[in-house]
Each structure stands twice: as structure tokens, then as C-alpha cells.
Design a protein around this ligand. Structure first.
Ligand SMILES: Nc1ncnc2c1ncn2[C@@H]1O[C@H](COP(=O)(O)OP(=O)(O)OP(=O)(O)O)[C@@H](O)[C@H]1O
Ligand SMILES: [Mg+2]
Length: 390
């Protein structure tokens, strides 16, 4: 996209889904109308049914998994890395695993901290739902978990857990007159968030299909852009959280960040076109296609992990005290990286016994020692890691 095209031209708002209000530097901010818009969903009905079916399939797999947490943790890591990547964050999975497994007591880089925070926010979000519904309070808590502990440049100079107090804008340039999009001027953004909260809690009356509801919600939240930074991530975090609140999927298995990242230009373009031209259906269709692809990807990952687990169990069955070994293999599926002290503490066996079990897993080709000066030594389940790095 060239530079002139990326400027927020008010004359491109030919049939806006909100209205323009004067703001700083002689610019105009966009204030979206409260949801829902009037929609005729006929043309997306087929895609919607397919997305619903896929989601049902994923939910089914989720409920028959013996121990879904074996998978959920690695899937969350994958999502966290994908979601943080959009901003150009590069954290390798190994670095994150080292921090999580306690081999390192501080994340090596701010990027790792950021990815770790994303996982933390995702888990907190699910926990909060036990106590409070999706609301401004919950959204602020998510933002806080996401950004607390990061340097101020990484929080957009805002305070984690607080809405912005200034006009912000979306665009590569630091100059607002070159902004691609200017969200609502304060305090309008707070009114918009109030309306959004109301929409979530009165939605039963609107009869919208849940996935369409989430597509609308995501557009609205991103358009309000209530935070100085982290709006994209909080918006993406909210997708599995809304699915849970709406009793569509209890487990956090649908993650869309990879899809949004792979199709970033189309993604942000479609969001903008809703604001400019009320083109809701192309956005909704794009979102539903994303649900289908994301479900397919996750289902594929789950199958690969299950196959590998069965294969490893077979290999371990020949060993003496195979029950313990299989238990350790399951730990591996959740953590991917292990150390001797970690196995010792988690199982209650002696250090020597833990070392022996690790040696056997090395022998069976399940884990590999990582060459490093670090102590304790750590081992990665390399094939497993590969599945999540693809
Ligand atoms: N024209 C637009 N209208 C509404 N929302 C937009 C538009 N363009 C981009 N966005 C949203 O803004 C997000 C970026 O906002 P912000 O930088 O605050 O979030 P982030 O989590 O730090 O970044 P990112 O999502 O890029 O990783 C994008 O991910 C997208 O969801
Ligand atoms: Mg950002």
C-alpha cells in the first residue's frame, strides 16, 4: 500500500458505520455506532454453517481428550507467539520454554516476557469468567496481565489496565495527519466501550449467531481502540473467552492469531471498510473463513500430537516401571522442556531415579539434551516442539 492511500481520508467515509468528529491537529476521529447494525446474513449463511460445524468438531475433540491440558498449554504457547508476532516480536519457543520450566528465572528478552504475558492473560481471562462476565472490568484486567512488567515503550506509554486518555491513531507514521485510521476522541471511546459492554450483556435479545456476534464484537473493539497499545492482542484474546462465556466452547481451543497474521493486509483493510462503507458482510465472511481455517489447523495439530503420544507410549511400554515413564512422557507433552530437578519435584522420585528416567527417554529418542553451559541441563522433546513450531 502506498503512502497516499494510507492516509485517513474523510471523503472515503461514503457510507460510514458511525460518524466523524473533529479531533486534534485538525483531523477527524471515527466514532462507531452502537452494535448491532442491520444485517442480512443470507449471503454468508453457508460459510457460517461450515464454521459452526468445524467449531463443533473441535469442541468434540476437546471433550473426548483424556487430558486436554496436555494440549492446551502448548496450543496457548503457539497462539501467544503468533499473536505477539504481528507486531514484529520474535521469541523462539525454546527461549519461552526455558523460562517456563524454571531453567531461567528471568525471561531472556522483553519479547519473551511479552509472549509469556499473553499466555498469562489468556489464563486469567478464563479464570475471571468464573467470577465476572465479559465487561469493561474483565477487559481492563486482561490488558493489565498482558502488559504489566513490560517497559513503558512496550505499553504505548499507557498504564497497564487503564483505557487511554488521549487521542490515538493507527498508522506507520508518528504524524496523525498521515494516520490510516483515527479511533474515537476521548471521552467518546469510553461511551463506546459502555455501549459495547451493554451489547455483550443484552445479546440474548438480538438472536445473532454466536460467531457473527464475535465478528461484530472484534470489529467494534478494534475500532474503538481503547488502549494506547495492545488493542490487537486484547481483541484476539477475547475471541476464545467470548466462546466460553457463550457456552459454545468451554476449552480454549480456537485461536485465530495465525490467520490474522497470515492475512494481515486483508484483515486491517476489511476492518477499515466496515467503518468507511458499512461493508459488514465481507468482514464477517473473512472472519468465518478464519474460524474454519483455525479449527482445521488446531484439529490437525491435535491429531499429530496424539499420534506422537501413542507412539511414545508404545516405546515406553517395553521399559521397566513403564507407568512412571509414561507419566513423565505426559509431563513432557505439557511442558516440552524438562530438567532432572523438575522431574524429581513433580514425581517425588529421587534425583538419581529422575536422571535414570531421563536417560531412558533420551535412549528412546524422545528427548534430546540441549548443548549448553547452563545448569541444570535441560532436555527438549524435539519432535513435539517441531509440531508447534510449524
Ligand atoms: N482500520 C482499522 N480499524 C480498526 N482496527 C484496526 C484497523 N487497523 C488495524 N486495526 C487493529 O489494530 C490492531 C493494532 O493495534 P495495537 O498496536 O494497539 O495492538 P497490538 O496488540 O499492540 O498490535 P498488533 O495487533 O499489531 O500485534 C490490529 O491488530 C488490528 O486489530
Ligand atoms: Mg502495538
Amino acid at each position: 500500500m502506498n503512502h497516499t492511500q494510507s492516509v485517513m481520508r474523510t471523503n472515503e467515509f461514503t457510507n460510514p458505520s458511525g460518524y466523524l468528529l473533529p479531533t486534534v491537529a485538525n483531523q477527524r476521529s471515527f466514532v462507531p455506532n452502537p452494535l448491532p447494525p442491520k444485517l442480512d446474513l443470507n449471503s454468508v449463511q453457508q460459510t457460517l454453517s461450515k464454521a459452526d460445524r468445524k467449531l463443533g468438531e473441535l469442541r468434540g475433540i476437546g471433550t473426548y481428550l483424556a487430558n486436554p491440558y496436555l494440549l492446551i498449554r502448548p496450543l496457548q504457547r503457539k497462539e501467544a507467539i503468533a499473536s505477539s508476532n504481528i507486531e514484529g516480536t520474535y521469541t523462539s519457543l525454546p527461549e519461552l520454554l526455558l523460562f517456563e520450566s524454571g531453567v531461567e528465572d528471568q525471561p531472556r528478552s522483553t519479547d519473551t516476557r511479552e509472549v509469556y504475558n499473553y499466555i498469562r492473560a489468556l489464563q486469567r481471562g478464563f479464570d475471571f469468567l468464573e467470577e465476572i462476565p465479559i465487561s469493561n472490568r474483565l477487559i481492563l484486567e486482561l490488558h493489565k496481565s498482558l502488559l504489566l512488567g513490560l517497559p513503558r515503550v512496550r505499553t504505548g506509554h499507557g498504564v497497564p489496565g487503564n483505557y487511554r486518555t488521549e487521542q490515538n491513531f493507527i498508522g506507520k507514521s508518528k504524524d496523525i495527519s498521515k494516520a490510516r485510521f483515527i479511533p474515537p476522541i476521548p471521552p467518546n471511546h469510553l461511551d463506546c466501550m459502555g455501549d459495547l459492554e451493554k451489547f455483550v450483556n443484552t445479546d440474548d435479545m438480538t438472536n445473532l449467531p454466536p460467531l457473527v456476534f464475535i465478528a461484530l464484537f472484534h470489529y467494534q473493539f478494534e475500532t474503538i481502540h481503547p488502549f494506547p497499545d495492545g488493542n490487537g492482542r486484547v481483541g484476539r484474546l477475547l475471541i476464545p473467552i467470548i466462546l466460553k462465556q457463550k457456552d459454545i466452547m468451554a476449552q480454549p481451543l480456537l485461536y485465530m492469531s495465525q490467520y490474522f497474521e497470515d492475512n494481515k493486509d486483508e484483515y486491517v483493510d476489511l476492518l477499515l471498510r466496515v467503518s468507511q462503507k458499512s461493508e459488514w458482510l465481507p468482514w464477517i465472511r473473512f472472519f468465518l473463513e478464519g474460524v474454519i481455517q483455525s479449527c482445521d489447523n488446531t484439529i490437525d495439530t491435535i491429531r499429530k500430537v496424539q499420534d506422537l503420544r501413542e507412539e511414545y507410549q508404545k516405546r515406553c511400554q517395553q521399559a521397566r516401571s513403564s507407568a512412571l515413564l509414561i507419566h513423565i512422557v505426559d509431563m513432557l507433552f505439557e511442558r516440552i522442556a524438562v530438567t532432572v530437578p523438575l522431574i524429581r519435584d513433580a514425581t517425588g522420585i529421587s534425583y538419581t531415579a529422575a536422571q535414570n528416567n531421563i536417560n531412558r527417554l533420551v535412549e528412546y529418542g524422545i528427548i534430546k539434551e540441549v548443548a549448553s553451559q547452563r545448569r541444570p541441563k535441560f532436555y527438549f522433546a524435539t519432535e513435539l516442539m517441531q509440531i508447534f513450531e510449524d
